[in-house]
Write a protein that binds this ligand. Structure first.
Ligand code: UD1
Length: 421
């Protein structure tokens, strides 16, 4: 068990380089097993979720070599080992093995996913999609068994809710199905485009990604390729908000601006001065007269639910009253009591977060209950006076590549220590 110790109030300056997108990577790795020869992924973030997925690959007898952000996956000797429990349950994204195993073998057993606790996170739409393609699904003791007595056949699938996971999982399952699959009301996140780009390079025939209708023509065969992962827009957003909070001039590099327009627009409304370049954003030295805004999360290209927690400390320092409504995960509020203990005027009424500012934060002992709550509390700790002991570091390490080193390089005083130290 580890915790971060942050001595707050240190100004950040310089530049920080954003890594490859976690939410792409965790889908690209399972997608790679569909090839019959090696797949090379570049710009892979060094995060615990990647380590977990590599370990799962090895349990499937897939060789995986990970060095210097390059992951070489060779699925040519893969065995379809049932995985009803154990490490497969340690991360939510392992559900992408369901779609990938369905496409590759037509059958498999995968334990139901864990991951961040953001309130209810059903996978009914994934299952509905698999069944529409002809899969038989049985659920037993927290694991899903699937088979395809008559093979997989393309189908028209309407997603009742816009879901990143269901869109990707159905795309994976349909890639080798007989005939055409149409996913309607599909999610449009950049990570979905990234996964489709890899699959198309491997020989798949997927059209319409980035719109709400995706058409997939099944193919017989997928082969190995190299693919560079897109930058992580949530990591970029986390550093942009940190720079706005305590920055003395920070460049956030390796950014696709269009992927975080929603966040940049909100920060601009607050009065944060930024210069947008082709692949980087400069955040000017912090202003102390920021204005409060309201935030309502929505599916892409709306304001990302994954950024509502990281931006919250910035709102706490702004003038006025505001609300945050998370329409994707209304129960994503576990960071609120921790921020209250740091001195924020923040509370939840009927799943809406109410904030009154400006308030100064004071360091104390806080706990991250999930990945983005952790990012929020790191930002809060950077802005707070005194020392913050941030427990639950393992949640943050699941998804942020070298966050301690990156922040130290910007001038933050932050350390990751064993709890017994
Ligand atoms: C992904 C991201 C996560 C992000 C979320 C929303 C990954 C690994 N994780 O999670 O960081 O916060 O998108 O942008 O990419 N839903 C159903 N039934 C389903 C599936 C989803 O009702 O079968 C609902 C969910 O409860 C939620 C909404 O759909 O309210 C969106 O969830 P979804 O887009 O599926 O999230 P994830 O793919 O799990």
């Amino acid at each position: 068990m580890k915790k971060f110790i942050i001595e707050g109030g240190r100004p950040l300056s310089g530049e920080v380089l954003v890594s490859g997108a976690k939410n792409s990577t965790v889908a690209l790795i399972p997608a790679a097993i569909l090839a019959d020869s090696p797949v090379v992924l570049e710009a892979v973030p060094t995060i615990d979720d990647v380590d977990s997925l590599i370990s799962i690959l090895r349990d499937f007898n897939v060789s995986a070599d990970f060095q210097e952000h390059v992951l070489r996956i060779d699925p040519s000797q893969m065995e379809n080992v049932p995985m009803p429990e154990g490490k497969i349950q340690s991360l939510r994204a392992s559900y992408y093995f369901m779609g990938a195993l369905l496409a590759k073998y037509g059958e498999g057993t995968v334990g139901l996913p864990g991951g961040c606790s953001l309130g209810p996170r059903p996978i009914d739409l994934h299952i509905k999609g698999f069944e529409a393609l002809g899969a038989k699904i049985e659920s037993e003791n927290g694991a899903i068994h699937f088979s395809t007595p008559n093979g997989l056949t393309g189908a028209d699938i309407y997603l009742d809710v816009v879901s990143v996971g269901a869109t990707i999982n159905i795309m994976l399952a349909a890639v080798k199905a007989k005939g055409q699959t149409v996913i309607d009301n599909a999610a449009r996140e950049p990570e979905i485009i990234d996964v489709a780009t890899l699959l198309n390079k491997m020989g798949a025939n997927i059209k319409g990604v980035g719109t709400s209708t995706i058409r997939i023509e099944g193919v017989d065969h997928l082969h190995g390729v190299s693919h560079a992962i897109i930058p992580d827009r949530i990591e970029a957003g986390t550093y942009l908000t940190a720079a706005a909070l305590v920055g003395q001039g920070v460049y956030v590099k390796n950014v696709i601006f269009e992927h975080i327009e929603g966040l940049v627009a909100k920060m601009g409304e607050m009065g944060v001065k930024m210069d947008v370049y082709e692949d980087k954003i400069y955040v000017h030295p912090q202003a102390d007269d920021l204005e409060m805004v309201n935030i309502k999360t929505a599916a892409y290209p709306g304001f990302a639910t994954d950024l509502q927690q990281p931006i919250t400390p910035l709102l706490i320092t702004a003038h006025g009253s505001g609300v945050i409504e998370d329409t994707i995960y209304p129960k994503r509020v576990n960071h609120v009591p921790e921020l209250q203990r740091m001195g924020a005027d923040i509370h939840v009424v009927d799943d809406t977060i109410h904030i009154k500012g400006p308030k100064s934060l004071t360091g104390t002992k806080v706990t991250a209950s999930d990945l983005r709550a952790g990012a929020c509390l790191i930002n809060a700790g950077l802005a707070a006076s005194g020392r913050t002991d941030l427990y639950g570091a393992e949640h943050i390490l699941r998804g942020y590549d070298n966050i301690c080193e990156k922040l130290q390089k910007l001038g933050a005083k932050i350390d990751l220590v064993d709890i017994d130290d």
